[in-house]
Design a protein around this ligand. Sequence first.
Ligand code: GLN
Length: 215
Amino acid sequence: MITVEALATAENAPAPRVPSDANPFTIGVLALQGDYEAHARSFARAAARTVLVRKPEDLNGLDGLAMPGGESTTMLKLLERDGFLDALGKSLSTTPCFATCAGCILLANEVLRPAQRSLGLLDVTVERNAYGRQIDSTIITLETKLPGGPLEMVFIRAPRITRVGPSVEVLARRDGSPTLVRQGHLLAATFHPEMTSGHSVQHLFLDMVRRHKAG
Ligand code: GLN
């Protein structure tokens, strides 16, 4: 397992803090492809111990897992080796997960345009690349149900959530479509909270991890 301390030092990022009494958790970041380094740094800044997850064994002993944005098809191909996808699904049936963009696509019950295999844990339907091409990627400030006021949201070839099941709570929307949703121990965003300076989404997830651990 690679800890984020080494990663951050190498890139001259602000030195991550070791777990504080407030966040004594180990957060894994799925690090097969995509923007996992930004996730790792944002959780390290939120004072959680952060480790990179690259093989099924790395899933052991995590308090939570972040699945980053990137290319879900590529991630899926890499996950289909060595029983990683099955191990991931088993782990996330109980371990809290924070999934962004491609991660949200992996977590969904149903993926459309085109249809694609997924973990089927989050009761939503997503349409891939539904807001246009890369050139149409955008940053918008929108209201959310989180404390701390409106949130800057970075959308990059984002999926659109077109259906949510009855157990899914919608915490933010763009043009009526959910962009941040929660279902029990699962939190998913179609945007990239790890790319902006605020940490309210990361803190919400750490709070979910804390409650989950407390039982
Ligand atoms: N378009 C990508 C996909 O389908 C997701 C983009 C992202 O994660 N920013 O997987």
